[in-house]
Ligand binder design. Structure first.
Ligand code: PGA
Length: 254
């Protein structure tokens, strides 16, 4: 049984005060029972990681970064290493988000280096994959996703499967309000699971595969009941404590 995982990706939003009030609001909305049923993460911008980390310490809410650089230290102006993230208490780190691929030229090779560096630092990578609208229209969904998953995991050692999370985020569904239907998402999730089996073997059953793209309180139920959808990476709806907590409750069956 895979425990559901809901992670909020705040992207480049919030300031010090509103980041603190969001995370405090989330903590108020999460009962200990819910924290037992669902793994919960928040991914604030780098600069707010320390203040959010201090507030969530000892609670069921875990810290995620939105990106990382693969080197341990050195002359890499503007970059942040996995060890710095670990130092701040990060449990997870998003890599290969489509916004990074599109605006910052991130490639599967970069994602692969980041995954390896994160695993070495004992941080769970949340590897984002997903096709663009034109790729779906050309019937290339499996081809694109396969290249991204295999590229990200190229010569990566996975031992238990729990140390890896994949997020399927069709680019056409991100921030657009156009959520993939549960059936469309399940089709790709099950394909990703079969790819994982080929790549890392039976531990693929332990890897959580999240769906991302316009997840809201009113569409999470249909998604989470699918056999290969193990949670969600939530953008817009994670910026308000009320909607984020509602998504977590539904995912926890409460
Ligand atoms: P969205 O973003 O929920 O606002 O569509 C999801 C994501 O980009 O992770």
């Amino acid at each position: 049984m895979r425990r559901p995982f809901i992670c909020g990706n705040w992207k480049m939003n919030k300031d010090r005060e509103s980041a603190l009030s969001l995370v405090r609001g989330i903590l108020l909305g999460i009962t200990p029972e819910l924290g037992e049923r669902v793994d919960i993460g928040v991914a604030p911008p780098f600069v707010y990681l320390p203040i959010v980390s201090a507030v969530i310490e000892g609670t069921p809410v875990k810290l995620s970064a939105q990106d990382v650089f693969w080197e341990k230290e050195g002359a890499f102006t503007g970059e942040v290493s996995p060890y710095m993230l670990k130092d701040l208490g990060c449990t997870y780190c998003i890599v290969g988000h489509s916004e990074r691929r599109i605006y910052f030229g991130e490639t599967d090779e970069h994602v692969n280096k980041k995954v390896k560096a994160l695993l070495e630092a004992c941080i769970t990578p949340i590897v984002c994959v997903g096709e663009k609208l034109e790729e779906r229209e050309e019937g290339r969904v499996f081809e694109v996703v396969s290249q991204q998953v295999k590229g990200a995991l190229n010569s990566v050692e996975i031992s238990s499967g729990e140390e890896l999370v994949i997020a399927y985020e069709p680019v056409w569904a991100i921030g657009t309000g156009k959520v993939a239907t549960p059936e469309i998402a399940q089709e790709v999730h099950s394909y990703i699971r079969s790819l994982l089996k080929e790549t890392i073997g039976d531990v693929a059953e332990k890897v959580r595969i999240l769906y991302g793209g316009s997840v809201k309180p009113d569409n999470i139920a249909g998604l989470i009941e699918q056999p290969d959808i193990d949670g969600a990476l939530v953008g817009g709806a994670s910026l308000k404590a009320e909607s984020f907590c509602e998504i977590i409750k539904v995912a926890g069956g409460m």
